[in-house]
Write a protein that binds this ligand. Structure first.
Ligand SMILES: *[C@@H]1O[C@H](CO)[C@@H](O)[C@H](O)[C@H]1NC(C)=O
Ligand SMILES: *[C@@H]1O[C@H](CO)[C@@H](O)[C@H](O)[C@H]1NC(C)=O
Ligand SMILES: *[C@@H]1O[C@H](CO)[C@@H](O)[C@H](O)[C@H]1NC(C)=O
Length: 553
């Protein structure tokens, strides 16, 4: 009996030690004669002799003020015990063993700043011959977030060390507008996180950085996720290996080889420089509930779509995330977000996808960069802005902004704006593949387009249509046999279900069109349709983008 128990205990102990992930105490000379200690995690795939794509990407993790050390090896244990941090997850066997990253978690004495951080990044090639120095990702929390901001604001060359940066509740505001130069010149992808009511480090720090960087036109657009929370801890929601916010997949899209030419090129002649804005804290952040709390009805999407291949378009190699930027038209006067894929689709022309927002994203009537940021709150633009777009999609996406004050309640200006978009992009888009989608009033705007523009469409998608059938408009859909998809949740809090039902009935019974109208009417889900309908991670059967690409006009 005892023997059996001892035997079982031995097995369990053995299994546990086999599965244990190892953090090793290490040191390097961060300055001549001056040692800095760090924890090292090597993935099972690491080999010092690896070459090419077999080399391991690297995460440098910077701890918070609570893990400040004295410069001694014995203080490293603080890093292992800091809940919700990357070393903590590794130490507790909660790390994804398939994750390919080398993780290096150095410990500072005093504050985290650029001089403390850069030497490790610069020595990685020497310390780890099997590391891929084009894929060094820098992240940190609180004081460590300050270390991230400080490390990427000094010079372009120092910023270029990193493939991407994720500062979380970073305890450092920008000091001067010159702080934005190095990251903008480098084109470093940044995704910052903060809690909305952080009592320790104000959310204004993150808001100011992101507004400043995007105001200076950083490309790709700097991303920001603000959780609705009154605690300081925004990191547990981000670093958790099973978190729905998968920064690890997001990291792996990027290397530090980023020719800016492919990012900042403007091919349109009607754009003007964004209006200069004073850096007021943006009120249009992407506010989401932390994914690990049990908040009901989270409208955040739960997966970061990793690059997957699409069968509809041939590309060479794995496509990278495209460019996402604000643009402005003077005549007619409107602003828009433009997403351009990282590749030119086969055939040389992009299919065009136009998104018309709902009242949640309408401007106050002014055409400004700040107003345009309102588009990022939901729907299709939110997915792109959050790095959750599928980079293999071939669409040139244009998301213009309307308002609710200048007689545009139903997107009456959709006609002139779409006409302008088609003209501006005529040389690079495939005129047989012009797709349009809209939600709420944006869906109404689609139905009110003229015959000329309806005739140019290959397919149309209306979410939460906000106007009842009117044969004047409906008949245009009939005469063109426009492929249509209507989408709503039956318990939508703002839109009468009868509008969609009457449209669908008109196009299926009164005047049947071919192909048959597609109608999605989910029993529940409330307002979530504005995100669910647009999620690039939806399986093929319910995937909007796959559906679009089956049609030409
Ligand atoms: C673990 O990492 C691998 C490799 O990056 C990834 O494919 C997998 O989805 C990850 N698992 C989870 C649960 O995130
Ligand atoms: C960090 O610890 C060092 C010594 O252990 C101390 O001198 C320093 O004031 C601490 N710094 C912070 C920011 O806590
Ligand atoms: C609209 O908002 C902008 C900031 O985006 C502000 O400068 C402007 O004064 C506002 N205009 C009106 C008409 O409220």
């Amino acid at each position: 009996m005892y023997k059996n128990i001892v035997f079982i205990v031995l097995i369990v102990t053995t299994l546990a030690s086999v599965n244990a992930l190892t953090l090793t105490d290490k040191s390097f000379f961060w300055a001549p004669g001056s040692t800095m200690w760090y924890l090292e995690y090597l993935p099972p795939t690491y080999s010092p002799t690896a070459t090419g794509s077999a080399k391991s990407p690297v995460i440098i993790f910077l701890h918070g003020a609570g893990e400040n050390g004295s410069g001694q090896k014995s203080d490293l244990v603080k890093l292992k015990n800091a809940g919700g941090s990357i070393p903590y997850y590794i130490n507790n066997n909660q790390w994804n063993v398939s994750s390919p990253f080398i993780v290096l978690a150095p410990q500072t004495w005093g504050w985290w700043d650029e001089p403390k951080v850069t030497p490790l990044a610069q020595q990685i090639a020497t310390l780890y011959p099997g590391a891929d120095t084009t894929r060094i990702y820098l992240t940190g929390l609180s004081q460590g977030g300050a270390g991230v901001w400080d490390s990427i604001r000094k010079t372009k060359a120092k910023t270029d060390l990193y493939a991407a940066a994720v500062p979380i509740c970073g305890a450092q505001n920008y000091v001067a507008s010159t702080d934005w130069q190095a990251p903008v010149q480098s084109g470093i992808p940044i995704w910052a996180f903060h809690n909305s009511n952080d009592p320790t480090v104000g959310v204004g720090n993150t808001n100011n950085w992101i507004a400043g960087l995007n105001g200076q036109g950083i490309c790709p657009t700097a991303l920001k996720t603000i959780f609705t929370s009154s605690s300081h801890d925004a990191w547990t929601a981000v670093y958790g290996p099973t978190s729905s916010i998968n920064i690890y997949a997001w990291f792996l899209q990027f290397t530090n080889q980023r020719p800016l030419a492919s990012c900042v090129t403007s091919t349109t002649s009607t754009t003007t420089a964004p209006p200069t804005t004073t850096v007021a804290a943006s009120t249009t952040s992407t506010t989401t509930a932390p994914p690990t709390t049990t908040v009901a009805a989270s409208t955040t999407s739960t997966t970061t779509a990793p690059p997957t291949t699409t069968t509809t378009t041939s590309t060479t190699g794995t496509p990278a995330y495209g460019t996402w930027q604000q643009k402005f038209s003077t005549s007619p006067s409107y602003g828009y977000w433009e997403y351009k894929p990282s590749f030119v689709p086969s055939g040389g022309k992009y299919p065009l996808l136009v998104f018309l927002h709902g009242s949640d994203a309408a401007s106050n009537g002014s055409v400004t960069s700040t107003e345009l940021n309102k588009l990022l709150v939901s729907s299709l633009p939110k997915f792109i802005n959050n790095g959750q777009w599928n980079p293999a999609y071939p669409f040139l996406v244009v998301a213009p902004q309307s308002d609710l004050v200048n007689g545009n309640y139903y997107w009456q200006n959709a006609e002139s704006i779409l006409t302008n978009i088609l003209s501006v992009y005529s040389s690079i888009i495939d005129p047989t593949r012009v797709y349009i989608t809209g939600q709420g009033r944006g869906a109404s705007g689609i139905t009110m387009l003229s015959a000329t523009n309806i005739n140019k469409l290959a397919a149309a998608h209306m979410v939460r249509i906000f106007n009842d059938i009117n044969p004047t408009y409906g008949s245009l859909f009939v005469s063109t046999n426009l492929p249509t998809w209507f989408y709503i949740n039956q318990d939508d809090p703002h839109v009468p279900l009868s509008y969609q039902n009457n449209w669908v009935n008109y196009l299926t019974t009164t005047n049947p069109i071919t192909p048959a109208v597609r109608s999605t009417s989910n029993p529940t889900g409330g307002l979530n349709s504005i995100n669910d309908a647009y999620n690039p991670a939806n399986p093929a059967a319910t995937n909007l983008y796959t559906w679009f690409l089956t049609y030409t006009n």
